[in-house]
Design a protein around this ligand. Structure first.
Ligand code: TYM
Length: 316
């Protein structure tokens, strides 16, 4: 069985961009691959985050992923910071990674611009740690949204540089994209739906009925905005209705209010059973703790074995 690795940052609740761009695929691919899914809490430190928020958001994210269908019996589900080895291999890759490659990353440029007072070294070396997250398990495939493709290219560079300098050890990874590669923000159709753009940008899977209705009502309806809403509808709504609305849109006859009402209805229908599961998990904090600790045990075994081999190869 091939190995699959992917992660998500605990910087806020899961939104539909994360879900459709990555998590939906994670859930489906559990059947086909040996999966490693983790909460990227080390990566979250590149953004200033209050320790209490980090703890709470990590807890909620674990619950969200379980409610969406991550099955800890089938997969290895853990917290990045629990595994000794990610940061260590990240350092080894830092010593192979060209700064020129790191500094041309779109995410590095965007985040530096957004946080002009906190352009830390972690933002720059972020892809080295990401390469370590994947390669410490010798992952073969990585399901992500389109925004992560650049980082995965650097994972391939890290593997190639290591293999060339020392010996062939790491596999060539392959990204897996979902049909929803890049959902746009509700309030700005030129930017991707993102936690860092604030809540009006996205629909979180924990949003209540009133919030979902309000956010969709306020969504921008320029050309790209309507296209984004139609795309969203295609993932949640009825196929025939979607085709009808696409046709009306092409003929310039689509009522934005109708599109928004239909979309709101379908999203609420999708969210309801997930929110019931979330509420149920919220009553079982000890169970959540146990699940994530068990995941760490499983991951650590493999990370230890591979890191020992890597250290031997580099002459430690
Ligand atoms: P993060 O936490 O920003 O996002 C998690 C996943 O959601 C996808 N995504 C989107 N897809 C489509 N449209 C959108 N608007 C949208 N917004 C987010 C992201 O592409 C991602 O797949 N660096 C990663 C976390 C990470 C990781 C890894 C991933 C750390 N180490 C190793 C894979 C392998 C990140 O920032 O994800």
């Amino acid at each position: 069985m091939k190995r699959l690795v992917s992660g998500i940052k605990p910087t806020g609740n899961i939104h539909l961009g994360n879900y459709l761009g990555a998590i939906k695929n994670w859930v489906e691919l559990q059947k086909e691959y040996e999966c490693f899914f983790f909460i990227a809490d080390l990566h979250a430190l590149t953004i200033e985050i209050d320790p209490r928020d980090l703890k709470q958001q990590t807890h909620e994210l674990i619950i969200d992923l379980l409610a969406l269908g991550i099955n800890p019996k089938k997969t290895t589900f853990f917290r990045q910071s629990d595994i000794i080895g990610h940061a260590e291999l990240g350092w080894i890759f830092n010593c192979l990674m060209p700064v020129a490659e790191l500094s041309r990353m779109t995410q590095f440029k965007d985040e530096s611009q957004k946080n002009i007072n906190n352009i830390n070294a972690g933002l720059l070396t972020y892809p080295s740690l990401q390469a370590a997250d994947i390669l410490i398990y010798k992952g073969d495939v990585v399901p992500v949204g389109k925004d992560q493709l650049q980082h995965l290219e650097l994972t391939r560079i890290a593997a190639r540089k290591f293999n060339n300098r020392y010996k062939r050890y790491f596999p060539e990874i392959k990204p897996i994209l979902s049909p929803a590669q890049r959902l746009m923000s509700l309030n700005n159709s030129k930017k991707k739906m993102s936690k860092s753009l604030g809540p009006a940008s996205y629909i979180a899977i924990r949003d209540d009925e009133e919030t979902v209705t309000h956010k969709i009502k306020k969504a921008v309806t320029d050309e790209a905005g309507v296209k984004n809403l139609l795309e969203l509808y295609s993932y949640f709504g009825k196929k025939s209705k979607h085709q009808k609305m696409e046709k009306a849109h092409a003929a310039g006859k689509l009522m934005n209010s109708e599109l928004k009402e239909e979309l709101t209805l379908e999203i609420l229908k999708f969210l309801k059973p997930i929110q019931i599961k979330i509420a149920n998990y919220e009553t079982q904090p000890l169970k959540i703790d146990k699940i994530i600790k068990n995941g760490a045990k499983k991951a650590q075994k493999i990370a230890d074995k591979n890191l020992a081999e890597i250290k031997k190869i580099i002459g430690f």
